[in-house]
Design a binder for this molecule. Structure first.
Ligand SMILES: Cc1cc2nc3c(=O)[nH]c(=O)nc-3n(C[C@H](O)[C@H](O)[C@H](O)COP(=O)(O)OP(=O)(O)OC[C@H]3O[C@@H](n4cnc5c(N)ncnc54)[C@H](O)[C@@H]3O)c2cc1C
Length: 640
């Protein structure tokens, strides 16, 4: 549902787009066709989870005719919820993966999406530290994997096949002029020969080692373990449901990060859509990981669950505590990343040089704090397939893929690590989580890492370059881009049309003394008094001399609003509502003939605005700030 929501600060309404509208706006990215020399190559993909399935689907979309996926599990992964960025959604759209917004009306096998419009860092006691826009969606892991697998011919995916070894074979042999490059051996069954192999075997990748990519670059236990749970909102006790919406008013639109104030790590909460609620709690584990060696997830014992429940309300507050207690079968997920990110994803030495690479978590195991692991795997997949349009040999293709992705994913691994430390209060010298935005941002900048990266994954320049080059002219500039300063901003979208302003309707002046100001304009400047609608605050309307329709609105200053600059654009939802700041303050008002059109044009520009109506008139007012924080009002002032 889109439409009007209530601001937690003022209770006033603000407009948000529905998940359908948001989904509609994301363009479909199509993979360019592979060069004919490569399209006939035989490709084997080891691992059939998100990364492997996405790589296979993208390569097939590029025109590769012989793509096989082998997966050691017997079926699809269970998984929980994941946050998906818009680039991933754009790739899925281009692949034709069915995307839906509710399960009830969706086609069989569709990936059901929920929107995330904001990201909020807050303390468990409820205080917001930082809120920023977040163009993300939420989805279920298993549906995403299934949606991708369904894009592949059934006979190209084999479950229950564990690859154990790669071997160079027949390359350059006179008897085999076409030269088979790699032979993949399995725990059981016949080996498979291919021209190149993509190893997408997850964070504990055996092939990362086998290709000698990670000498000395071991997996690093992050020092905390995630409790994960998914619960149906309908199964929560009524009091817990009410508390959820009261304490987390943007639930359904927001990815919440909740920092404990007693040294217990941090929690994550978001709506998965279709009534499902996803939560995670990162619990510090100085004693080491929970799962047995070689594994990252494990079922929780009943003693563990009892302890989780006994502490939940005290550490995370009544609302989240009650949700945790009502969740069936929470499980453990130890958190790892790669101690030192890889510089290259492709074997450059040894017998397998140029014919095998790693992708997804196998290439860049990452902590989950930027919600980027699966996204990066899909971005990798798209980049690999797109690189095939210019490469003519597997070695060129894999080298180009690695060059495009290694540095960018490295930055993400490091930033995500710092975000985990920050939210868990683990950075050097910290004695708890940051309690305000300034400290939060200062800590990130001390770590010399760009902030506000989570919303757009803005460091993924190679991907954005591909995206820009791919899109038709009128769609370019859709994706959020990085400013030179390293922060992120929405680009000016010149191609999205501008408002049809017909005239300045009025200029407003805020004053502590309405009568004194009115006297000046009437007696000295010759303005004439106009009738004024029945607003709930004082003021006077004056006609500009010589004009029929342009006026000056003198407005009584709002005694409750402190005299301070307009609230920060990114945090206005909490710190103050612009409608009030603009309506009761200096602003310029512009007439438009069609208010619906004006509303959708502002939305297309990604601008946030507040809405109000003039009492007793069919006039709708849209209030927004210009980039310098000056108030602007747009209205259909000629409506009768
Ligand atoms: C708590 C948590 C929350 C997360 N939240 C998000 C999020 O919100 N957004 C996001 O984008 N990401 C998130 N992630 C990260 C995401 O889950 C991973 O990045 C993603 O699963 C990586 O996909 P992959 O295909 O590369 O690897 P994996 O999902 O690990 O898949 C590897 C596959 O390879 C198979 N395999 C392994 N060895 C072999 C072999 N020898 N032969 C054949 N098959 C083999 C495995 O069975 C497995 O299916 C989260 C992760 C965690 C832990």
């Amino acid at each position: 549902m889109g439409g009007l929501l209530s601001s937690p600060a003022s209770g006033a309404g603000f407009t948000v787009a529905s998940v359908e509208e948001l989904l509609e706006r994301v363009p479909a990215l199509t993979v360019p066709p592979a060069s004919p020399a490569l399209a006939s190559a035989r490709v084997l993909i080891i691992g059939g989870s998100i990364g492997g399935a996405a790589a296979a689907a993208c390569l097939r979309a590029a025109g590769f005719r012989h793509v096989q996926v082998v997966e050691r599990s017997e079926g699809l992964q269970a998984g929980a919820g994941i946050g998906m960025d818009e680039a991933t959604v754009a790739v899925l759209k281009g692949l034709g993966v069915p995307l839906a917004t509710t399960a009830t009306r969706s086609p069989e096998g569709a990936v059901v999406l929920q929107r995330m419009r904001w990201e909020e860092e807050r303390l468990a006691s409820g205080r917001t530290v930082l809120r920023q826009p977040l163009p993300y969606f939420a989805a279920r892991y298993a549906q995403l994997q299934q949606g991708l697998i369904q894009r592949l011919p059934a006979d190209s995916v084999s479950f229950g096949r564990k690859a154990v070894r790669l071997e160079e074979t027949f390359r350059g042999c006179d008897d085999h002029p076409d030269g088979t490059a790699v032979r993949v051996h399995f725990a059981s069954g016949e080996p498979i020969d291919c021209d190149f192999c993509v190893c997408v075997d997850g964070p504990r990748s055996g092939f990362r080692q086998l290709l000698q990519l990670d000498s000395g670059k071991e997996l690093r236990f992050a020092g905390y373990t995630g409790w994960r749970g998914v619960v149906n909102e309908a199964d929560l006790p009524e009091t817990a449901r009410d508390a959820l919406h009261a304490v987390y008013p943007l639930y359904g639109n927001c990815l919440y990060f909740i920092m404990s104030e007693c040294g217990r790590g941090h929690a994550v909460l978001y709506d998965l859509g279709d009534g499902l609620l996803n939560w995670l709690i990162y619990e510090l584990r100085p004693q080491g990981p929970v799962a047995e060696p070689g594994r990252t997830t494990s079922a929780a014992s009943s003693a563990d669950v009892r302890r989780l429940h006994s502490e939940a309300r005290r550490v995370w507050g009544e609302a989240l505590g009650a949700i945790i207690e009502a969740t069936p079968e929470p499980f453990w997920n130890d958190i790892y990343d790669i101690a030192e990110p890889l510089e290259s994803f492709v074997a450059t030495e040894g017998p397998l040089a140029g014919c095998a690479a790693v992708l997804g978590d196998a290439a860049h195991p990452v902590t989950p704090h930027m919600a980027k692991g699966s996204n990066m795997a899909v971005h990798d997949a798209f980049t690999l397939a797109a690189a095939a349009s210019t490469a003519s040999t597997p070695a060129e293709l894999l080298a180009s893929f690695s060059a495009a992705r290694a540095q960018e994913t490295k930055r993400c691994v490091l930033l995500s690590r710092h975000l985990g430390w920050l939210r868990n209060g683990q950075l050097q010298g910290m004695s708890g989580p940051p309690r305000d935005e300034a400290t939060f941002l200062e800590l990130l900048s001390k770590a010399k890492l760009p902030t506000r990266t989570l919303p757009v994954g803005g460091d993924f320049e190679a991907l954005w370059r591909h995206v820009e080059a791919q899109l038709p002219q009128e769609q370019r500039g859709y994706f959020l881009q990085r400013e030179e300063s390293g922060t992120l901003a929405v680009p000016v979208a010149a191609l999205r049309g501008s408002l049809e302003v017909t005239q300045v309707n009025h200029v407003s002046r805020e004053t502590q003394d309405v009568a004194r100001l009115a006297r000046f304009y009437e007696e000295v400047l010759g303005f004439e008094r106009l009738p004024r609608p029945n607003f709930d605050f004082g003021g006077v309307w004056l006609r500009l001399p010589g004009s029929d329709s342009q006026s000056l609105h003198i407005i009584e200053a709002d005694p409750e609003l402190q005299r301070k600059p307009p609230p920060l654009l990114d945090s206005w939802l909490l710190e103050g509502f612009p409608e009030r700041h603009i309506r009761r303050s200096h602003h310029i008002a512009l007439t438009v003939p069609d208010i619906e059109k004006a509303r959708s044009t502002l939305q297309a520009h990604g601008l946030r605005f507040a809405e109000n109506r003039v009492p007793g008139k069919p006039v709708v007012q849209l209030f927004l700030f210009d980039p310098d924080g000056n108030g602007v009002e747009i209205g259909n002032f000629d409506a009768r």
